[in-house]
Design a protein around this ligand. Structure first.
Ligand SMILES: [Zn+2]
Length: 176
């Protein structure tokens, strides 16, 4: 390194070269323990436990970032795991799923340790008629996943009696 560079300047130059040689996707893989099966994220995590990747000037969910990078935009879809390993970033174990897919997959795997579907927000006018078959499935799924009834009633803004009817299948009994 040229003698006129300060120590700090040298470090910055070195880092700049390193960054140029390691575009984001290469830098991503340096943080992953790749072996058979799940590929585990070894760098930072969010408080939620999800893998955290610093890229383009912000922290993003690592598994979501790599899924988008390799398979295209996710839109409103969640980055879901088929393996249910919250730290896994193996693209073969990731897919874009709806909240209901996510809940259903987790129930089928019999596991509710990690991620729950995000809140479903209904509008002001959340009358009974606004519930859809998918909503009913989600309500039942959330209860299976351990979300408390009080929490769901508050979140969805539905009456307790409505909620009980859905759960007991007095209404919406035709929905699987
Ligand atoms: Zn995995």
């Amino acid at each position: 390194m040229s003698s006129y560079l300060t120590k700090h300047g040298a470090r910055v130059a070195e880092r700049g070269m390193w960054m140029a040689e390691h575009p984001s996707i290469d830098r991503f893989w340096t943080k992953v323990d790749r072996h058979d099966g799940c590929w585990l994220w070894t760098a930072g995590r969010f408080i939620s436990g999800r893998p955290c990747f610093w890229v383009d000037g912000r922290n993003v969910q690592a598994h979501r970032w790599i899924l988008k990078r390799l398979k295209g935009p996710l839109g409103d879809l969640l980055a879901c795991h088929t393996c249910d390993n919250i730290l896994c970033v193996n693209p073969d174990h990731l897919y874009g799923g709806t909240t209901y897919d996510n809940a259903r997959d987790r129930i089928e795997r019999g596991d509710n340790r990690n991620m729950r579907p995000p809140p479903v927000v209904l509008g002001e006018d959340n009358a009974w008629s606004k519930l859809t078959a998918d909503m009913v499935r989600l309500i039942r799924a959330e209860v299976c996943l351990g979300t408390t009834r009080g929490e769901l009633v508050n979140r969805l803004g539905i009456k307790k009696s409505t909620f009980q009817d859905v759960l007991s299948r007095r209404t919406w009994g035709h929905v699987a």
